[in-house]
Unconditional design. Structure first.
Length: 190
């Protein structure tokens, strides 16, 4: 029932899902989908007044740019992304052991491996979008682009997504499954 027309995974409507928070404050998190040749996607989230806003992003496609970044360069990018926000936690693709180690060595951020169950995570993201909880800044152009391209595979017996245009989609799923789900269960602000 959450499978959309034309095979789109999410019912993403810029009129409903693209906005900025009213002000500063709240809690801040970063979610990361790791890639070296494949795109690396990271989003800075501000959780406030019952909504989660993706306020900034860092998106790097090593294959397109011809420039592969190191884990240390990715750590620099995460620090720039955070700016002067106090980030409570960085949630990272669980397969990115070297990046997790590099972030921990720097000591600025608390880091944890993300929950990575695909279909339950997609259901959660879809429900949060439908409820208006997830909001994306218009500055997050790569995220908005991926929402418009992220599709289900056509010729499968089981529900599977096409493994392209999914890097921001994966980091959003990590954030929702690892941070927002926990906050909703615990009764904390989400």
């Amino acid at each position: 029932e959450w499978c959309m027309a034309e095979g789109l995974v999410y019912d993403f409507d810029p009129q409903l899902h693209v906005s900025e928070p009213a002000g500063g404050g709240g809690r801040y998190y970063i979610s990361v989908d790791y890639g070296t040749r494949n795109p690396f996607s990271a989003g800075l989230w501000q959780v406030t007044e019952g909504k989660a806003y993706r306020i900034r992003e860092f998106y790097h496609n090593g294959r397109e740019s011809g420039n592969m970044l190191t884990d240390e360069e990715y750590c620099d990018a995460l620090e720039t992304l955070a700016g002067n926000c106090f980030v409570e936690q960085v949630v990272v693709d669980p397969s990115a052991a070297s990046l997790i180690a590099a972030i921990r060595r720097r000591g600025r951020f608390s880091v944890r491996k993300a929950k990575n169950e695909v279909l339950p995570g997609i259901r959660l993201v879809a429900a949060l979008l439908q409820a208006g909880v997830l909001q994306i800044s218009p500055k997050c152009r790569d995220t908005i682009r991926e929402f418009r391209l992220y599709r289900w595979e056509d010729k499968q017996d089981a529900d599977r997504v096409v493994k392209e245009n999914d890097h921001a989609m994966d980091d959003i799923r990590y954030f929702c499954a690892s941070i927002l789900r926990r906050q909703m269960k615990g009764g904390a602000e989400a």
